[in-house]
Design a protein. Structure first.
Length: 150
């Protein structure tokens, strides 16, 4: 019983700490965080794209690995678009903060399409990966067109 109580208290403490962990000491830290998440996601997505386009040999295990990483990373950057994080070295347009619902919808669309790519990659079938790759790219482009400075 004592161990159970300690475990419950530890879990409760972690649950309380999670919101604090999502905060950033400075707005610039949030910008760095989201840029890093997007960079890793883009690199993994790009490796799949190279295979899908024939620029790199198809490797099912590599496609699965990179799709898993890209899918996980697709969920990370959006917590770092909080109020006041429109500063410093950012390519985000101001409407990220003024049209939050549209921005969130674009992020969700990309995440949903990325999840479909992940499922396709797990099949090990290059044709399924190719079919799922395009919609992810379109979702990324749509968000960049609306919310990213060039």
């Amino acid at each position: 019983m004592k161990r159970l109580s300690v475990a419950i208290l530890a879990l409760a403490g972690m649950a309380v700490a999670l919101p604090a962990a999502a905060q950033f000491a400075k707005p610039e830290d949030a910008v760095k965080y989201r840029k890093a998440a997007f960079t890793v996601m883009a690199a993994s997505f790009g490796r799949i794209g190279a295979m899908a386009s024939g620029k790199a040999p198809f490797d099912a295990a590599s496609a699965q690995y990179n799709a898993e990483i890209a899918t996980m990373m697709s969920k990370l950057p959006y917590t770092a678009f909080g109020p006041g994080t429109d500063v410093g070295d950012t390519r985000a347009k101001p409407n990220v903060w003024t049209d939050g619902d549209k921005f969130k919808a674009a992020a969700t669309m990309m995440q949903d399409e990325m999840a479909k790519l992940n499922v396709a990659a797990k099949s090990g079938n290059l044709d399924q990966i190719k079919a799922a790759f395009g919609p992810v790219g379109k979702a990324c482009k749509a968000c960049h067109d609306d919310f990213r400075k060039e």
